[in-house]
Ligand binder design. Structure first.
Ligand SMILES: *[C@@H]1O[C@H](CO)[C@@H](O)[C@H](O)[C@H]1NC(C)=O
Ligand SMILES: *[C@@H]1O[C@H](CO)[C@@H](O)[C@H](O)[C@H]1NC(C)=O
Ligand SMILES: *[C@@H]1O[C@H](CO)[C@@H](O)[C@H](O)[C@H]1NC(C)=O
Ligand SMILES: *[C@@H]1O[C@H](CO)[C@@H](O)[C@H](O)[C@H]1NC(C)=O
Ligand SMILES: *[C@@H]1O[C@H](CO)[C@@H](O)[C@H](O)[C@H]1NC(C)=O
Ligand SMILES: *[C@@H]1O[C@H](CO)[C@@H](O)[C@H](O)[C@H]1NC(C)=O
Ligand SMILES: *[C@@H]1O[C@H](CO)[C@@H](O)[C@H](O)[C@H]1NC(C)=O
Ligand SMILES: *[C@@H]1O[C@H](CO)[C@@H](O)[C@H](O)[C@H]1NC(C)=O
Length: 677
């Protein structure tokens, strides 16, 4: 029984011994590498342990003081004769997070002090360590390494970002601008103490050599090979047998910083273990409530801006939306961005409208940067079918160069819209000069010049290019006048668009009533002869100043060809001449033009001259053949002429020719005839 008690007693004793031993052990070394939650630190002032284990010394409020000490004193055995007993090593990670970019102060310090009582200490430059009256008093018995983020007159000797050694006061015995030695780069790099990021500090004191080393490094960096500060110091005058170790911090009287300690190790019996920063508690995402408010307003403003920009982007996308497919890449130089055309035409404003034809509206514009005048034709197209082929033709037409052709500069595609960009012709279309009182009329010299120009352009299209280009819609409204009143043929090949834009079973023909080869309506095939037929109608309208059909004319004279033919048979062909010329014309040239007009208007395609011959006749190199006297009237069904149509009609024949013509008449300047069968 007694033995048992003895055993229990021994066991209890050994337990007590173990406890006290571990306590003694703890007094010499400790490590907080996962936060301070269970550290039981002695804290005062604004210091507190946040829920994630982070030690917050101060927030950004003004004039705060904070202390945090290891709970039990450290035995330095100062009265021992061995100076080695004063050695210690510590490693900690702190962060100073300013409230705003330019906020500062005041600072924090690692402290070894006789007591944890700093009730009489002041904030601001006194760092919660001393009061003005006690600053430097040797009875204070503390040693501190300060991290001072502001320059204070009287206590500091250098800048507002320094590390200092403080003995019994805040007037540093030694101080140095904050920096660290980069092992990789082999040089000192300055380090902003209040950069808001964790900073590692190693403080090593060798009591034997009386050498104090202070080493700094940013997070994610190993301990530098060279300390920032290595100074000889006799701590035996400061350190007593037992000392408390910890931190002190204070904020300033104006905009300030939060001070944090993330982790800490201390060792009296060797080098303090370095901390693993990734294991340490994280800093709050933002400095404080004020910062949160600022951040939230910034985020809100950014979001609002993004929404506005997004809306603007969507609006612009919509506004400038265009079609662009891979196959168009090769036409790059011929493609105009819709935005450019939009800007050039001031958003396709009505005041930029030059006119509207059978194919669409034409707008005048000025290319940004180049300052070049252009005309943009907006053609609506419903289907994308055949668009690739058409664009390739359009582009190849853009390669056509002739002084009497309006140059096609390029194109742009949008949904249901094709935009063709042409050189701008200053004087607009010829019909305005011929048929309206808007413009002064042209004299014969000018008209003959225009006729010859248009004929040579057609010669170029038919015979001189790499491939035959049929114009298919020659008429005075498609002849434009440049600044010198030279006639230039425009809109060539555009009629092809309607070939592609069709239901497979029907072939749609496009042309303008009165200029359209009657043969075309039967065969549905565009030919060179059909272009010559239209040219004939054009010659007559220029010479006579009248459209091919005039519904106000007396019966029998509605068709211009019929009228000229009548005059010709009478032997007085010049009677048909435009009265506005007031007889001022070269009779021989006039006769030649009128007769040629009749020759070209022959209902029999084979009997019409070719464009080569037309040009020769016009030049007067070759004399004209006899004009066959054929009193047949124009072969446009008289029903069309009577029932319908003003000359301003687009006519669409959807059924086969001769049976139940269905007319679909809509107003536009030109008459375009679509015939399907
Ligand atoms: C800062 O801490 C002090 C003391 O703990 C407190 O009174 C104050 O409200 C805190 N300020 C902010 C902005 O959190
Ligand atoms: C203190 O120093 C004395 C004399 O050097 C030594 O005998 C003693 O063990 C030391 N105590 C501790 C706790 O280090
Ligand atoms: C230092 O402090 C002690 C105790 O507080 C005081 O008696 C002494 O006068 C002070 N010395 C100076 C120079 O202020
Ligand atoms: C630093 O302290 C030493 C004594 O430890 C002293 O001799 C020296 O003058 C002090 N230097 C400054 C700048 O205070
Ligand atoms: C880095 O700074 C320390 C302290 O000022 C100095 O002793 C050391 O020579 C410097 N090292 C280099 C490489 O400049
Ligand atoms: C202090 O730094 C010096 C120079 O780098 C070095 O020689 C010395 O060993 C260091 N002492 C301690 C205690 O770290
Ligand atoms: C350090 O200071 C103590 C107390 O003033 C003194 O006894 C000792 O000789 C000093 N050591 C050195 C190396 O100066
Ligand atoms: C203290 O130093 C000893 C000897 O180097 C080492 O074994 C121990 O891990 C260190 N403790 C801490 C907390 O740094």
């Amino acid at each position: 029984m007694a033995a048992a008690f003895t055993w229990v007693g021994l066991w209890l004793l050994s337990c007590l011994a173990l406890v006290s031993m571990s306590k003694a052990q703890h007094a010499h070394q400790f490590i907080y590498n996962q936060g301070f939650r269970n550290a039981n630190l002695h804290v005062d002032g604004s210091a507190k342990i946040l829920s994630n284990g982070l030690l917050q010394l101060t927030n950004t409020s003004r004039l705060l003081i904070a202390h945090a000490f290891y709970p039990s004193p450290i035995n330095f055995n100062a009265s021992s004769t061995s100076p080695q007993s004063l050695s210690f090593s510590t490693n900690f990670v702190f962060a100073i997070v300013p409230e705003s970019e330019d906020a500062s102060g005041h600072g924090a310090a690692f402290v070894i002090a006789e007591s944890t009582d700093f009730t009489h200490a002041d904030a601001v430059q006194y760092l919660g360590l001393v009061h003005q009256s006690t600053n430097g008093n040797s009875s204070n018995h503390f040693f501190a390494v300060e991290f001072d983020t502001i320059f204070s007159l009287g206590t500091d000797t250098i800048d507002g970002n320094h590390v200092g050694i403080d003995l019994n006061g805040v007037k540093s015995n030694q101080s140095i601008s904050s920096a660290y030695f980069s092992n990789e780069e082999g040089k000192n790099i300055s380090l902003d103490l209040k950069n808001g990021h964790p900073i590692q500090v190693w403080i090593d004191y060798d009591g034997q050599q009386q050498l104090l080393n202070v080493t700094l490094a940013p997070e994610n960096s190993l301990k530098p090979n060279q300390p920032l500060l290595s100074t000889s110091i006799n701590l035996s005058v400061i350190l007593l047998d037992t000392m408390y170790v910890g931190f002190s911090a204070s904020t300033g009287s104006i905009g300030s910083c939060s001070h944090y300690i993330l982790g800490w190790s201390f060792n009296r019996s060797g080098e303090a273990q370095s901390l693993e920063i990734s294991d340490l508690p994280k800093l709050p995402k933002n400095g404080g409530r004020r910062n949160t408010v600022i951040l939230i307003s910034i985020i809100a403003a950014v979001l609002l801006l993004l929404v506005i920009m997004g809306a603007a982007y969507v609006y612009r996308r919509k506004k400038y939306e265009e079609l662009n497919e891979d196959w168009e890449n090769e036409y790059g130089p011929h493609r105009f961005p819709y935005k450019t055309l939009y800007i050039a035409t001031e958003g396709f404003k009505d005041k930029q409208l030059l006119g509207s034809g059978g194919f669409g509206k034409v707008y005048k514009g000025t290319l940004p940067y180049f300052n070049e005048q252009i005309a943009v034709k907006k053609v609506s197209h419903e289907s994308d079918q055949g668009m690739k082929e058409f664009v390739s033709e359009i582009v190849s037409m853009g390669r056509l160069r002739h002084k009497n052709l309006v140059r096609l500069l390029g194109y742009c595609r949008r949904k249901k819209e094709l935009l063709l960009v042409y050189e701008c012709m200053e004087n607009g279309s010829l019909d305005k000069f011929l048929f309206s009182d808007e413009k002064s009329t042209l004299n014969w010299f000018q008209r003959f010049q225009i006729i010859r120009g248009v004929a040579s352009a057609l010669l170029y299209l038919h015979e001189e290019g790499e491939q035959v280009v049929l114009h298919r819609d020659i008429k005075s409204s498609n002849v434009l006048l440049d600044s010198n009143l030279n006639g230039r043929l425009g809109d060539f090949g555009l009629a092809r668009l309607y070939d592609h834009d069709s239901v497979p079973q029907t072939t749609r023909l496009v042309g303008t009533l009165g200029y359209m080869d009657p043969e075309l309506t039967r065969t549905g095939r565009a030919t060179k002869a059909a272009d010559v037929f239209a040219l004939g109608a054009f010659l007559l309208e220029v010479a006579c100043g009248r459209k091919p059909f005039d519904h106000h004319a007396p019966p029998g004279e509605i068709s211009l060809v019929d009228l000229v033919k009548k005059c010709f048979i009478r032997g007085a062909i010049v009677d048909a001449v435009d009265p506005r010329l007031q007889g001022h014309h070269v009779v021989e040239e006039m006769e030649r033009v009128l007769k040629l007009g009749l020759l070209c208007s022959n209902t029999e395609p084979d009997l019409r001259p070719t464009i080569v011959e037309v040009v020769q006749y016009l030049e007067g190199n070759v004399s004209l053949p006899d004009v066959p006297v054929d009193s047949r009237a124009q072969s446009i069904p008289s029903s069309i002429l009577e029932n319908s149509i003003t000359s301003d009609s687009v006519i669409s024949f959807s059924s086969s020719i001769g049976k139940g013509l269905s007319l679909n008449s809509s107003r536009s300047t030109d008459s375009v005839l679509h015939i399907g069968h």
